[in-house]
Design a protein around this ligand. Structure first.
Ligand code: PMP
Length: 366
């Protein structure tokens, strides 16, 4: 018997608005083919592992001291990566980093959302946005996409202008549907929004469209672009997310961030991983062409496939998505039921993993 096991949530003075809520999280099952959390399937190359090990060993000798609270060296490295990726000249004052982009998004809502304020999202989209809104007591305003999951930009701009949310989330490429927005449409949305627009670019490296980072100069008081090293960078376990914005946005986030939130070890490991960006990001080309192959094969098998610009594909249509998800699991393939009726989402894996997924799909469709 575990000490304290006799009490439940009802015995605790939990906030009323959190009662009955479920924690976010996909099942972490030990299955041969795991294609459910949009990670990069390629482990870090040996040279990166060696570099991270050396960097962490060096950092370990300093663990009696708190880390650099402002993570200056890491932010400089992120600025130089993002500048080279987007062509937009960015400096340390434009960058902010935290433990995954989830923490970045939480800090944004701590500073710019909260009681009496509203955040809006175009759904279906990343399901953590409303959960972070709930945790920060920001009212959530869900706004539907078209039935084919694309965004009607003119209508969305109109809604932003009329509803005036304090923060609007635009995910591009969108998770879990995969589509991305051209720069002109992002501009139209930001121009219409009286509040802040957070463009969540967790999957930007997989997309052929230009980054919203190019619009920060035009909309310094309105635009935040969030990014992560969890996907293309194959650094999900390292927990490093970041954003690019005007320096004043970064100053605002300092008011809510916990001191020393990024450990010495995280900062050292992320900097080492960034030194290998070119090698790691090579996998993006392989994954993008595998994504195109998976989309085409699924279409060939008769599935409905939502066009994706990311490292995952939403597909259907199933009479019962939950039962079909279980059939994949019975074939040793773990994919994701994201709660969209008749659809499931598969993350692009290695060619062998994708073959296993497609072989299972062929049997399931019969
Ligand atoms: N944004 C989107 C759209 C995502 O899909 C994810 C990860 N699933 C995140 C943010 C958060 O990722 P992380 O905290 O690992 O950076």
């Amino acid at each position: 018997m575990t000490i304290g096991e006799s009490i439940g949530l009802d015995d605790l003075p939990l906030r009323a608005d959190l009662r009955g809520a479920s924690p976010y999280g996909a099942p972490q099952l030990d299955v041969p083919v795991r294609l459910n959390t949009n990670e990069n399937p390629y482990p870090p190359p040996p040279a990166l592992v060696a570099d991270v090990t050396e960097a962490v060993t060096g950092a370990a000798a300093e663990l009696h001291r708190y880390p650099d609270r402002d993570a200056i060296a890491l932010r400089a490295d992120l600025a130089s990566y993002l500048t080279s990726a987007t062509g937009v000249p960015l400096g340390v004052p434009n960058l902010w980093a935290a433990n995954g982009s989830n923490e970045v998004l939480q800090q944004i809502l701590q500073a710019f959302g909260g009681p009496g304020r509203t955040a809006l999202g175009f759904e279906p989209s990343y399901s953590m946005h409303p959960i972070i809104a709930a945790g920060t007591r920001t009212e959530w305003a869900p706004t539907p996409r078209r039935p084919d999951f694309t965004l009607d930009t003119a209508r969305a701009a109109d809604i932003l202008a009329r509803r005036r949310p304090d923060v609007a989330f635009v995910t591009s490429p969108n998770n879990p549907t995969g589509g991305s927005l051209p720069l002109a449409e992002l501009r139209e949305l930001i121009a219409a929004a009286p509040g802040l627009v957070v463009v969540d670019e967790a999957y930007a490296e997989f997309s052929s469209r230009p980054s919203a980072v190019g619009l920060i100069g035009e909309f310094p008081a309105r635009l935040i672009v969030s990014r992560t090293m969890s996907k293309a960078f194959a650094f999900a376990g390292g927990r490093l997310g970041y954003l690019a914005a005007a320096p004043a946005v970064v100053d605002a986030l300092q008011l809510v961030r916990l001191p020393y939130h990024l450990s010495t070890l995280t900062q050292a490991a992320a900097r080492a991983a960034l030194r290998h960006a070119e090698e790691t990001l090579h996998s993006v080309h392989v994954l993008s062409s595998e994504r195109d192959r998976v989309m085409e094969s699924l279409r060939g098998l008769g599935f409905d496939v939502v066009h994706s610009d990311a490292n995952f594909v939403l597909f259907g249509r199933f009479t019962d998505a939950r039962t079909t998800w279980q059939s994949y699991l019975d074939h040793g393939v773990l994919i994701r039921d994201v709660g969209i009726p008749a659809h499931l989402r598969v993350t692009i894996g290695t060619p062998a993993e994708n073959d296993a997924f497609l072989a299972a799909s062929e049997e399931i469709v019969r």
